[in-house]
Design a protein around this ligand. Structure first.
Ligand code: ATP
Length: 464
């Protein structure tokens, strides 16, 4: 087992043990590539989404929020090109019968990316054998990723539609509604967070690729002349967002899609990739120039004029779209991998009982628990004092109360879930009405008047 593989196993085991992520339907033996988010996982996911929404919608005057339906008119998916072209090339191993994505096999067999991030995979699948058993592979055939469903009592062609394969189609079909209701002018964006579904051929690598997942997408509507400028701008914004939330420089790289690789709608496509423990650089998020593909196609299929009339110049045109597309679970996985660190034993006086400690160095805006309250002992008067502190802080901060086991063990429990601050009350607290606040990364301890704890934390969390 190499280090990187074992890192992934450690993260999966931590995620399960501490209630971040569970295999779905586990009591029935699990359901392939479906995951459920436990008490800490749902907090982390919500914090990721909150930060994205804050930077994308709340902090901007030119981007508007939306929450559109998952099940839409089936024509949407014909117009978008997904019924015809949303497919991956599938190959089967003739010997062991396993299935693979031909593009992934090609990519895995290709050379390392050039310095500028370009990587054009070799062209021929015929040169590749099954990575599991060395058997011969079939010719690739296209496999459509849209998940079908039926609406209403009769299951026939007229009632068939799809679970959305990407959230952005809900944005395009509401583009005119937003213009009419919000009186916005180009350039402007529409942002949405929501579930998407893809019948992936080879889901896997924990939550990296699942068939049900959540996207955070923003479509920015621009004058066609300005595509290069806005593509560059949004690449910069997305990179800044990830780095501001703690992803290290060396953990990220950009890669441009080769011509063969681009989706049917894309004029230009860039991926932010992260250095994964399961096979090197993997896509974290995308920034795409979708041209005027989507609006032109919806105009054609719906018969509704979706052109934009510039109120000043009176020019009428179909806007071009720059898209930023991020996955919530991909982002979560990247933050967990980037933040996971094993350090030498450092907490409490029972250091001899353990070797390495785990510190999950999540940005405090993302940390599931913002503050933990720990009475030094289970003596009633200390417990009462600690419970009262937790009750005082609970309306403002996601908190935990923990009174079991030694204080060192309890610090370690909080460190491995990334809690930035622990408040400890000890016997002195009963007399001086002060508590000790310990910071996760530095382990610096401040002695604070209990009445001032909230304002102390308010200062620490002023950017949340
Ligand atoms: P891939 O090449 O990995 O299949 P893609 O290029 O098809 O991904 P996009 O359509 O660009 O992905 O989707 C945008 C983002 O949505 C991705 O960067 C990723 O964060 C997320 N995403 C896409 N597919 C999945 C999936 N099956 N599971 C989890 N997240 C996904």
């Amino acid at each position: 087992m190499n280090n990187k593989q074992s890192l992934m196993e450690k993260i999966e085991s931590l995620a399960k043990r501490r209630g971040f992520i569970f295999q779905s339907s586990e009591i029935y033996g699990g359901f392939g590539s479906s995951y459920d988010y436990g008490p800490l996982g749902v907090e982390l996911a919500n914090n990721i989404k909150r930060q994205w929404w804050r930077s994308m919608v709340q902090m901007r005057l030119d981007v508007f929020g939306l929450d559109s339906a998952i099940i839409m008119h089936p024509k949407v998916w014909e117009a978008s090109g997904h019924v015809e072209s949303f497919s991956d090339p599938l190959v089967d191993c003739k010997q062991c019968k396993r299935r693979f994505r031909a593009d992934h096999l090609l990519e895995a067999s290709s050379a390392k990316p050039d310095l500028d991030g370009h990587r054009e995979p070799p062209k021929n699948i015929a040169d590749i054998v099954c990575p599991e058993c060395g058997g011969e592979l079939t010719q690739p055939r296209n496999f459509n990723l849209l998940m079908k469903t039926f609406v209403g009592a009769v299951e026939d062609g007229t009632s068939q539609t799809y679970l959305r394969g990407e959230t952005c189609q809900g944005i395009y079909v509401n583009y005119q509604n937003i213009i009419d209701s919000s009186r916005v002018k180009i350039p402007f964006g529409i942002a949405q967070i929501g579930k998407a579904f893809r019948n992936e051929i080879t889901p896997g690598n924990f939550i990296f690729r699942t068939r049900e997942f959540e996207q955070m997408e923003m479509q920015y509507f621009i004058h066609p002349r300005e595509a290069d400028k806005w593509l560059k701008y949004w690449k910069g914004e997305r990179e800044k967002w990830y780095k501001d939330l703690g992803l290290k420089d060396s953990f990220l790289q950009w890669r441009e899609h080769g011509e063969q690789e681009r989706a049917h709608y894309a004029r230009a496509a860039w991926d932010i990739e992260f250095d994964s423990p399961f096979g090197g650089w993997k896509e974290l998020a995308g920034v795409h120039d979708r041209g005027d593909w989507d609006l032109s196609r919806h105009e054609k299929f719906s018969g509704v004029d979706l052109k934009y009339l510039d109120p000043e110049t009176k020019e009428k045109y179909t806007p071009r779209i720059i898209e930023t597309s991020d996955g919530v679970s991909r982002a979560m996985l990247a933050f967990l991998i980037n933040g996971y660190e094993e350090v030498d034993a450092r907490s409490g006086d029972d250091q001899s009982k353990h070797g390495k400690e785990v510190v999950l160095r999540l940005d405090k805006r993302l940390a599931p628990i913002k503050v933990a309250v720990l009475p030094l002992s289970k003596k009633t008067n200390l417990e009462t004092m600690a419970r009262n502190i937790q009750k005082e802080l609970a309306p403002y901060y996601m908190s935990q109360y923990d009174s079991s086991a030694s204080i060192g063990k309890r610090y370690r429990r909080q460190d491995e879930i990334g809690t930035p601050y622990c408040v400890t009350v000890d016997f002195d607290s009963l007399a001086d009405k002060k508590a000790t606040v310990r910071e996760r990364d530095t382990m610096k301890q401040d002695r604070i008047d209990i009445v001032d704890l909230k304002s102390y934390l308010d200062k620490k969390y002023s950017n949340v």
